[in-house]
Write a protein that binds this ligand. Structure first.
Ligand code: ADE
Ligand code: ZN
Length: 326
C-alpha cells in the first residue's frame, strides 16, 4: 500500500484540535444563514480564500469572527458531530478537543448550550462510529486571569465530563506565569492541564509552562529546540508535545515544511505527537499533517508509527482505555 493509505489506516489520535477552528466553510455559511448572522463572505470558496495568514494574530482575528455563527445548543452539536465524523473517516480513534467558552459567554450564550451540544455529540459519535473523545476547556491568555478563574467556576457542574483545561490565544506578551493561580486551581480540582507554549513565543515560555504551571502536556512547543537544557528536561520527564505541522507552516512559525523541527524533535527523544489544530483553516486533518511531514522531512514509516503511538500514550484518557488502543 502507498504511504497515504497506510497512514490513513493507522489508528490515530488528535490531541490538539479546537472545535471553533473545525468549522468547514460550507457549515460556517449554513450556520450563519440559520442564525441570521451576517458574514463578509457569501461562498465557501470566498471564505476559503480568506484563509491566508501571516502570523498567529491574523489567524485569531478570523477564528474569533467565525465563532459568531455558533449560537444554539444545536450549533455546538452540529460542529462537534461534523468534526468527529470527519476524524473517524481519517482513521482517528480518539480525539481530545478544545473549546473556549469565553468567545460565547461574552455574547450572552449560556454555557449550558455549549456543554450540552458538545457533550451530546461526543456521546453520539461514540455510539455511531466508535470514536472516543474527551473535552478540554481552554481559556484565552489575552484576557485576564480573573476571567479564566470564572470559566473554571462555570464548568464545575460538568467536572466529571471535562478531562482537562488548556490555554490558547495571543502568545507573545502573555507568558504562562501570568496564569499560575488558574492552573494551580485547575490541578486542585483534578483537571489535567496543557498550555499552548513555544508556538510564536520563546523557549522560556515552555519552561514556565513546565516549571511554574506544571502542565501535563505542551501544545506546540516548537521553540523548545532553542534550549538544550529544556529539551533534556522534557525528555526526562516525558512531557508530550502536541505539534501541529500544517498550522506552523500556515501561521509562518516555520517558513516551509522542510524547515519544520519535527524530525529533530523526534531525534532528540522528545515525546512528539502530530495533530490538526484547526483543520479547515490550515488545510488538513491528522493524516494530511503526517503525510506532509513524511514527504518533506524524509521520515520513515517507523517514525510515523512512533509518532502515532506517542499520541496514544500522550492522551488524557484512562490507562484501561489507552491499553485497548495500543
Ligand atoms: N487557538 C486556536 N488555534 C490556536 C493556535 N494555533 N494558537 C493559539 N491559539 C489558538
Ligand atoms: Zn491550538
Amino acid at each position: 500500500t502507498d504511504p497515504e493509505t497506510f497512514i490513513r489506516g493507522l489508528p490515530k489520535t488528535d490531541l490538539h484540535m479546537h472545535l471553533e477552528g473545525s468549522i468547514e466553510p460550507e457549515l460556517m455559511l449554513e450556520l450563519a444563514e440559520r442564525n441570521g448572522i451576517p458574514l463578509r463572505w457569501d461562498t465557501a470558496d470566498a471564505l476559503r480564500a480568506a484563509y491566508d495568514f501571516h502570523d498567529l494574530q491574523s489567524f485569531l482575528d478570523l477564528y474569533f469572527e467565525g465563532c459568531k455563527v455558533l449560537v444554539t445548543e444545536r450549533d455546538f452539536r452540529d460542529v462537534t458531530s461534523a468534526y468527529l465524523a470527519r476524524a473517524h473517516l481519517d482513521g482517528v480513534v480518539h480525539a481530545e478537543v478544545f473549546i473556549g467558552p469565553q468567545s460565547f459567554t461574552e455574547r450572552g450564550i449560556p454555557i449550558e448550550a455549549l456543554m450540552r451540544g458538545v457533550l451530546g455529540a461526543m456521546d453520539e459519535a461514540r455510539a455511531q462510529h466508535g470514536i472516543t473523545s474527551a473535552l478540554l476547556i481552554s481559556v484565552h491568555r489575552h484576557r485576564t486571569e480573573a476571567e479564566a478563574m470564572a470559566v473554571l467556576d462555570q464548568i464545575l457542574p460538568w467536572r466529571d465530563r471535562v478531562v482537562g483545561v488548556g490555554m490558547g490565544g495571543a502568545e507573545v506578551g502573555n507568558p504562562p506565569s501570568r496564569f499560575a493561580r488558574f492552573f494551580g486551581a485547575a490541578r486542585e480540582l483534578g483537571f489535567r492541564t496543557c498550555v499552548h507554549a513555544g508556538e510564536e513565543g520563546p523557549a522560556a515560555y515552555v519552561r514556565e509552562a513546565v516549571e511554574i504551571l506544571q502542565v501535563d502536556r505542551i501544545d506546540h512547543g516548537n521553540a523548545s529546540m532553542a534550549d538544550s537544557a529544556l529539551v533534556r528536561d522534557l525528555v526526562e520527564r516525558r512531557i508530550p508535545l502536541t505539534v501541529c505541522p500544517l498550522s506552523n507552516v500556515r501561521l509562518r512559525v516555520v517558513s516551509n515544511m522542510a524547515e519544520h523541527p519535527l524530525k529533530s524533535m523526534l531525534e532528540a527523544g522528545l515525546h512528539v505527537t502530530v495533530n490538526s489544530d484547526d483543520p479547515p483553516y490550515f488545510g488538513g486533518y491528522v493524516t494530511e499533517n503526517l503525510l506532509a511531514c513524511y514527504d518533506a522531512l524524509d521520515l520513515s514509516i517507523a517514525d510515523v508509527v512512533r509518532i502515532v503511538r506517542n499520541g496514544i500514550e500522550a492522551s488524557f484518557i484512562t490507562t484501561e482505555g489507552r491499553d485497548s488502543l495500543l
